[in-house]
Design a protein around this ligand. Structure first.
Ligand code: PEP
Ligand code: MG
Length: 754
């Protein structure tokens, strides 16, 4: 084979690019491609074997072997030279194939005359999808350049096989040798429910379609520029690191490893010289890293694989231009699998198609979990190394009730889950029977049952579950889904639609609550050491009053004379509330001066989620029309327990003497001042927790849509007077948690908590 490696693979790829551009079936194209490879490599034979169900490699196309052997010749993984390559998976070059101990003669192929053999695995997303082979009649020592050229072609074929649907992804085997056996892995339950579907691997980077380059010099230039941009961006991140931001430490280490690893960059340059587009060259280097890393057993090094992926994704985004990450299209019945997800990441998808989410990391009060619960999407987190065990398209069951994930489950298991899903629907129907019945306890206490919302898509649920209104409308979700801050007009239209769709029920709008784990895609991270306690929520909007003014202006306009209820989040002291209220007054004056219709009634409240405010309750209660306890943040600050930190997510229980005592104090102060107080954090959505809240004296609860039915069922089965006595007594207990005592009480008194 003449010429240097780059020239060889460039010419080969050039011809393959032309072949791929021709109309026709993927299988016909594959046949043309093997012919081109045989010609260019001056080999008598070129064959492509594709991985089929049951770990069998099937001959799909050949130039040189008998055409009748196509789809007839099959080798198990580990069997013959082809199976040997799939099992290991690395190239194998033999000048005398017949003398190799793994050689398996297949008479139907007519391969007697061929002595030398070169085979390479076809790998895609760390899975063996097939094997590509050339054979020669003469005894030939294949040069490293030839091996390299065949590997480059194999990468292009991997894309063709997958996008041309020639292979079912379920039929590929992981390169780390773990067979495609069914797996059950336990994790942390974040959102209840059962989801049955096919794995969709969340990636920041869209799939590449442009694989083969027309102009290697131009591709090299694009790559160098993207690399430069990535270095600058990483240097900026490094600067933030120096001020102590630890969450980037791993990425930084990986970056240093890469920066030292000139080989990685050189390999990409080589692949570009060999005729791949810059994106395909980066992807090929990524596949090589994946194969290398997955063969490493050291858990620390394996973990690094994900950091390398992250960096490659970054490089790829720089290469494609940030905006090429368009809204992702999901197959129906998708189970989203990711290392971790920000709420904005989830909103990028068509959520009606997401039937479950599986994360390697995560904790119950992270925002993406709140969204999942609101939308009734089962979610299991902290599933170790799931991305290394699952392939795109693998059948998956997410059991959000028990925190289990089943990968490639048997048909029996799938059938039994599907029947449970059906039974659940029946149960939901039973809750639906309660729809028109009031949330009144056995001893006649009426509880106001409100719903949390944050998307227009939530609004129809309000009527379906017949909640008394929206107790918390999280306005930040649309901010996170937009490419830039929505202007007054866009916001007005949105809030008007919310009010219109509320059918006259009250809606409590919470002003913008971003920062912490809710970063806006268009705002640079400020590199804070502790974002949950940093510049977030009302601290941002008071520092940027224009944002607050625009939002309040939009809310006033959206009312068109109807009542308006607004509350401010993360208020730590009365002075912050006063400052926010002044901005609201300014906007009310502005609307009045301009002759715009004013809300018929204005209720202004604030969230109680920072413990300092408890010590200013008397002053605060003189100023507000209502209070709403944000138990997610309040618990985070009370217990000094980061709500996003998975290691301590279950360390403290909200059903515990300290937390319930704090709530007891709050509700008593509100009752004495005659100020209505609700609780809108996640705990209200659990029937057992809400039983305790009612026992403490809460008469207003705001819960996710799907929780309205179960909480109402609990209320209708409880006796408030009785529960009050029990809960107040338990506050004195020295126990870590009151959960089991309360559950036993519920059980003994037939309170419906499940
Ligand atoms: C809370 O903190 O309890 C709350 C309701 O607000 P969020 O979860 O949006 O921070
Ligand atoms: Mg909060």
């Amino acid at each position: 084979m003449p010429g240097d490696a780059a020239a060889v693979s460039r010419r080969l790829l050039g011809r393959i690019r032309e072949a791929m551009a021709q109309p026709g079936l993927p299988e016909d194209r594959l046949q043309v491609i093997v012919r081109i490879i045989a010609e260019e490599m001056q080999a008598a034979v070129c064959s492509c074997y594709v991985m089929r169900a049951g770990e069998v490699l099937e001959l799909f196309a050949t130039q040189g072997l008998r055409p009748t052997a196509v789809h007839m010749t099959r080798l198990r993984v580990g069997e013959g030279l082809v199976g040997f390559i799939a099992a290991h998976p690395r190239p194998l070059a033999l000048s005398d194939a017949w003398s190799h101990p793994n050689f398996a003669y297949r008479p139907e192929t007519g391969e007697e005359p061929y002595r030398s053999f070169l085979g390479v695995p076809i790998v895609r997303i760390a899975r063996v999808a097939g094997v590509l082979v050339v054979q020669t009649t003469e005894s030939r020592a294949f040069a490293p350049e030839e091996v390299e050229a065949l590997e480059t072609v194999a990468m292009v074929l991997a894309e063709l096989l997958t996008t041309g649907n020639l292979i079912d992804r379920r039929e590929q085997i992981p390169v780390d040798g773990t067979a495609l056996v069914p797996l059950r892995i336990n994790g942390l339950k974040l959102s209840a429910g059962l989801g049955v579907g096919a794995a969709y691997l969340h990636r920041k980077v869209p799939f590449i379609t442009h694989l083969v380059s027309e102009d290697p010099e131009q591709e090299a230039k694009r790559f160098e520029e993207a690399l430069g941009r990535m270095h600058i961006a990483l240097d900026e991140m490094l600067a933030a690191e120096e001020i102590g931001k630890s969450e980037y430490r791993d990425i930084l280490e990986a970056y240093r490893m890469f920066a030292a690893d000139r080989g990685w960059i050189e390999r990409i340059r080589d692949h570009i010289r060999g005729g791949l587009s810059a994106e395909a060259a980066v992807q090929r280097a990524q596949e090589e890293n994946r194969v290398r890393m997955q063969q490493v057993t050291d858990p620390y090094l394996r973990e690094r694989l994900y950091d390398l992926e992250d960096l490659t994704d970054r490089l790829m985004l720089h290469l494609m231009g940030q905006d090429s990450a368009e809204r992702k299209i999901l197959p129906p019945h998708a189970i989203l699998v990711a290392r971790t997800l920000g709420p904005a990441d989830l909103l990028d998808y068509d959520m009606s198609r997401i039937h479950g989410v599986v994360l390697e990391e995560g904790s119950p009060s992270m925002h993406v979990a709140i969204i999942a619960r609101a939308l009734n999407i089962p979610m299991v987190a902290r599933v170790p190394a799931i991305l290394g065990k699952i392939g795109a398209g693998d059948p998956v069951i997410v059991d959000g009730d028990n925190g289990s994930v089943f990968i490639r489950p048997s048909e029996d298991l799938t059938a039994s889950f599907i029947s449970t899903v059906r039974m659940r629907r029946e149960k939901q129907k039973a809750f639906a029977v309660l729809r028109d019945l009031p949330a009144v306890s056995r001893d006649g206490v009426r509880i106001e049952l409100l719903m949390n919302a944050g998307l227009l898509a939530d609004m129809p649920i309000l009527d379906q579950v017949n909640a008394d209104g929206i107790g918390l409308y999280r306005t930040e979700l649309p901010f996170m889904a937009h490419a830039e801050t929505p202007d007054v007009e866009v916001q007005t239209a949105l809030y008007r639609a919310v009010i219109d769709q509320s059918g006259g029920r009250p809606v409590c709008f919470r002003t913008l609550d971003v920062g912490g784990d809710k970063m806006l895609p268009y705002w640079q991270s400020t590199g804070e050491e502790n974002p949950a306690m940093g510049w977030r929520s009302i601290r941002i909007t008071l520092d940027h009053p224009a944002i607050m003014r625009h939002q309040l202006r939009a809310l006033i306009r959206a009312c068109e004379g109807r009542p308006l209820s607004v509350m401010f989040p993360m208020v730590a002291e009365v002075a912050e509330f006063d400052a926010a209220k002044r901005i609201l007054d300014l906007e009310m004056d502005r609307a009045a001066r301009r002759g715009e219709p004013l809300p018929e009634r204005l209720s202004v409240g604030c969230m109680l989620e920072v413990p300092s405010l408890v010590f200013q309750l008397p002053q605060m209660l003189k100023r507000v029309d209502f209070l709403s306890v944000g138990s997610n943040d309040l618990a985070q600050f009370l217990f000094a327990r980061d709500r996003g930190n998975q290691r301590i997510a279950e360390r403290y229980d909200l059903l515990s003497p300290p937390f319930l005592s704090l709530l007891d104090r709050i509700i008593a102060a509100c009752d004495a001042a005659g100020v209505p107080c609700s609780l809108c954090g996640e705990m209200a959505a659990s029937p057992l927790d809400s039983m305790a809240l009612v026992g403490l004296g809460f008469r207003r609860l705001s819960v996710t849509g799907p929780a309205v039915g179960p909480v109402k069922a609990m209320i209708r089965s409880m006796n408030v007077g009785d529960t009050e006595r029990v809960v107040k007594k338990l506050l004195q207990s020295p126990a870590h948690s009151l959960r089991s005592s309360l559950a036993n009480y519920a059980l003994d008194h037939a309170v419906q908590i499940a």
